[in-house]
Design a protein around this ligand. Structure first.
Ligand SMILES: Nc1nc2c(ncn2[C@@H]2O[C@@H]3COP(=O)(O)O[C@H]4[C@@H](O)[C@H](n5cnc6c(=O)[nH]c(N)nc65)O[C@@H]4COP(=O)(O)O[C@H]3[C@H]2O)c(=O)[nH]1
Length: 814
């Protein structure tokens, strides 16, 4: 910023200076011309003067010459010397002799140097003296010398006066001009400059330049224009501020939005430097938003990603080729050492004067972890963390193919804990779970790492022994040894909080690869072998053999046939009456499934129900049984044979009952059939309810609310305990026919049956005895106070038409 100029720097002084120089030069020029002209005039005037002086002096001089009068001559000389400028005079006769002469000294003068420049210093004048009447011959002569400096004195005086007055005039003019300029231009200009200087450029509209009153000149115009300019600038500044404010606001909003987004947003230039980053991105790399600008991705990500150069290459590709790049997954290590997984979209962005890479990243860690967890859960058993059936099938499939390719044998061990239910029932599920976990650990520790231990369900485990031997019998031998080792390890006592438990296991073994058997076939073979152990009395090892293979293949064939049975209407329901022991009246019936095989004839439910169970077909067939039973009930009521209090029971299999939608499906079906109230009963085995008592109670209660009653089938064969029996909404206990069969001869069975009947009474439950074939059996049961019975003694299960007849007759006789 320049300071205010001093008086000598001011425009007025500058102008005055220029004025003086110009006036001086101009004065000099004008004076020179004037002097020159004056000098010319002066010369002419001097010539004239000298002529006149000569004319005046000539007559006396002639007289003096004529008379040769010396005195007169001297008078003439003296007369001429009286002139200032005459410094020498001489009068001569006709012979040239001096009659008189005189001289004066040159006066001292300061202008002599000047005179010598413009003229001769002295000038000689001479005139012949011719006396009239004496011819033309001169009688003498008059001469005088002029001092030109003296002659020019008047000229000098006049000229110097002119020069001085000219200079004074010019000087005065300059001074006046100086003041005029100062007041008219310089002062207002200085004020203008001061006022302009005092204007705040941020607020140009606050102050205005003071106008010059009464003036309409250029300066006033300049002030006016300046004020107008200030107004315009102020207005445009205000507009700009408003726009900036709006911009800042919208930028702030945008920033807020970008910062509040759960995604990470950032932009990098081609060198990998951050131009901006939102909050999520900054906090991920442990910075704040402001310090992210200018950070190099190499510095930020060096320890966070595997290959930071890859990120740069990607950016460069996006920027140079103008393409979008999707990075589905990239791992990132935070400063705290947390591993994140990001999914990023990199796209080109025109940012000011360059193209940069805009990166939008989503944290997919949770999704990825959830996926991994789900994957783990899908392949692992939640309780023991062992691989589950899904993983077993996948791995076993791989193992079988590998074994076939490399020509070696492995083995599949199907392990089922013996009477594990007892532990669950008597000691509770937490203890049962502990045992299962311990079993899992023992199994894992008793095989090699490359072997596989999986939990199928409940108390079923499978061990795959890989790479046993190239020779089948050696492999079998080794599989037997390992199985034996497992059996022994499992049978070691389990230490729980209060007691030591012992549990045995049944192991079924199958060697693979075997005749191109699939995974499912192999598992089924091992399962079959394991069942063989169970049938023989548990706690042993059994190898799958040809007989078992036959049984399995028969089952497979049956499964195929059963698939077609429902469509082929090969199923039918038979009905076995339930009879009141006291009155002998029919109080209901049990619906029994029959399968009329097109070639093999009638097949026993005992044979095909397990196949329906394992294949899952029981769900469709069970639904068919329910619908057919409902049809029958509607039919009997329509015939008037069905009396209040009578019940038709259907058997419900474990797989049917455990389905989550079981109750819903049943209730939906019942809505379609107008069956008599409280006429339907469901027979469930203890095994069904005992495994998941709480869920079973919920299902049973929902159905009981809709008038369906429940009977516990095969009662006495399981682990019936009064405690859970009290909780279950069961109204009937059915004594298993195996106890009834020997009731006459076997004291133990009699005691058991009597206990069941007493238990039923105490719990206010009806007791039905199954499989009553003989009068003796009937009598004993009647004596013990059993309420109802079923059995060949009264009638086996019969067709619907046969039962119709029975009901009709019964109704008539009643
Ligand atoms: N020795 C002898 N046997 C008698 C006597 N009275 C009845 N039985 C037979 O004993 C079985 C009684 O049925 P369960 O215990 O529920 O046992 C049934 C039941 O568990 C199952 N079952 C039958 N029908 C169905 C069904 O519709 N669904 C389901 N899930 N299972 C069914 O098949 C099992 C066998 O059924 P069935 O072969 O019909 O055999 C029936 C019946 O015919 C008798 O005095 N002496």
């Amino acid at each position: 910023m320049t300071n205010e100029p001093s008086l000598f720097q001011g425009v007025s002084f500058q102008l005055a200076k220029i004025g003086i120089i110009l006036a001086f030069l101009l004065g000099l020029l004008m004076s020179s011309v004037q002097l020159y002209l004056d000098l010319d005039n002066q010369r002419e005037e001097l010539n004239l003067l000298f002529s006149r002086v000569m004319e005046v002096a000539t007559p006396p001089a002639m007289r003096a010459v004529h008379t040769l009068d010396d005195d007169l001559s001297a008078e003439v000389v003296n007369g001429l010397l009286a002139y200032d400028f005459v410094i020498g005079v001489r009068v001569t006769d006709e012979l040239g002799n001096t009659l008189a002469e005189g001289q004066t000294a040159q006066k001292p003068s300061q202008t002599r140097w000047l005179t010598s420049l413009i003229s001769d210093e002295t000038r000689e004048l001479y005139s012949d003296l011719i006396i009239p009447g004496y011819g033309q011959t001169a009688s003498g002569g008059l001469a005088f010398t002029v001092d030109m400096d003296q002659a020019l004195q008047a000229f000098y005086e006049r000229s110097s006066l002119n020069l001085i007055t000219g200079l004074v005039r010019n000087a005065m003019l300059v001074v006046l001009l100086f003041f005029a300029f100062y007041f008219v231009v310089a002062k207002p200009l200085a004020r203008l400059s001061r006022e302009i200087k005092s204007i705040n450029p941020e607020e140009p509209g606050v102050r205005r330049l003071t106008p010059l009153p009464g003036r309409h000149d250029e300066l006033a115009q300049l002030l006016d224009s300046s004020n107008q300019l200030l107004n315009a600038v102020d207005l445009s500044l205000a507009k700009r501020r408003a726009v900036e404010l709006a911009l800042r606001k919208s930028e702030g909003h945008l920033r807020q939005i970008i910062d509040s987004l759960p995604v990470m947003i950032g932009a990098r230039d081609i060198e990998g430097r951050y131009l901006f980053a939102n909050k999520a991105l900054a906090s991920m790399v442990g910075r704040d938003v402001d310090t992210m600008r200018g950070q190099d991705v190499r510095d930020l990500f060096r320890h966070a990603v595997d290959d930071v150069e890859l990120i740069l290459q990607n950016d460069q590709r996006v920027i140079r080729q103008g393409i979008d790049v999707e990075i589905n997954e990239e791992a990132f290590l935070t400063r705290e050492g947390r591993k994140l997984y990001l999914q990023s979209h990199v796209m080109p962005l025109h940012y000011y004067d360059q193209t940069v890479a805009l990166i939008v990243s989503v944290d997919i860690t949770e999704r990825k972890n959830a996926q991994a967890k789900m994957e783990h859960m899908a392949h692992h058993d939640a309780l023991t963390n062992l691989p589950n059936r899904v993983q077993l099938v996948e791995r076993l499939d791989l193992e079988i193919r590998r074994a076939a390719r490399h020509g070696y044998c492995g083995a599949v061990l199907f392990i089922d804990l013996d009477q594990f239910k007892n532990i669950n029932d008597s000691l509770g599920h937490p203890v049962g779970d502990k045992v299962l976990k311990e079993v899992a650990q023992r199994l894992v520790s008793s095989v090699r790492e490359e072997d596989l231990v999986a939990r199928l369900s409940g108390d079923e485990f499978v061990v795959v022994l890989t790479v046993l031997d190239k020779d089948l019998s050696t492999a079998a031998l080794r599989a037997g040894e390992i199985s034996e080792k497992i059996r022994r390890i499992i049978s070691r006592p389990f230490h729980t909080d209060s007691l030591d438990l012992r549990i045995s296991c049944s192991v079924g073994v199958v060697i693979y690869p075997d005749k191109n058997s699939s995974v499912h076939e192999l598992l089924r073979f091992a399962d079959t072998a394991m069942y063989q152990v169970k049938e023989k009395g548990r706690d042993a090892i059994e190898f799958f053999n040809e007989d078992m293979a036959d049984k399995v293949s028969r089952q497979l064939v049956m499964e195929g046939d059963l698939h077609r049975a429902l469509e082929g209407k090969q199923f039918a329901l038979h009905y076995q009456p339930k009879v009141d022991m006291g009155t002998g009246t029919i109080v209901g019936a049990e619906a029994l499934l029959r399968w009329h095989h097109p070639t093999k004839g009638l097949i026993s439910p005992a044979d095909f129900i397990p196949v329906l169970e394992t294949s899952g077909l029981i769900l469709d067939v069970g639904q068919w049984v329910l619908e057919t039973a409902c049809d029958t009930l509607v039919h009997w009521q329509a015939q008037g044979w069905w009396k209040p209090g009578m019940r038709l029971s259907i058997n419900i299999s474990p797989r049917q009952f455990r389905r989550a939608a079981f109750a819903d499906d049943v209730l939906r079906t019942l809505k379609r059939y107008p069956i008599p109230e409280n006429s339907l009963e469901m027979e469930v085995t203890e095994g069904i309810v005992i495994q998941q008592v709480d869920e079973a109670i919920v299902t049973m209660r929902r159905l009981a609310e809709q008038g369906i009653s429940f009977s516990l089938d095969d009662f006495g064969t399981g682990y019936s305990s009064i405690s859970y029996l009290k909780q279950l909404p069961v109204t009937v206990l059915k004594i298993d026919q195996s106890f009834v069969r020997d009731i006459v001869d076997d004291h133990n069975d009699r005691v058991l049956v009597e206990t069941i009947i007493t238990m039923g009474r105490l719990l206010d439950l009806d007791v039905v005895a199954e499989g009553v074939e003989l009068e003796a059996q009937f009598d004993i049961l009647q004596r013990y106070g059993c309420h109802y019975y079923q059995g060949f003694y009264f009638s086996p299960g019969v067709t619907l038409s046969a039962f119709d007849t029975m009901l009709a007759e019964h109704t008539v006789s009643a």
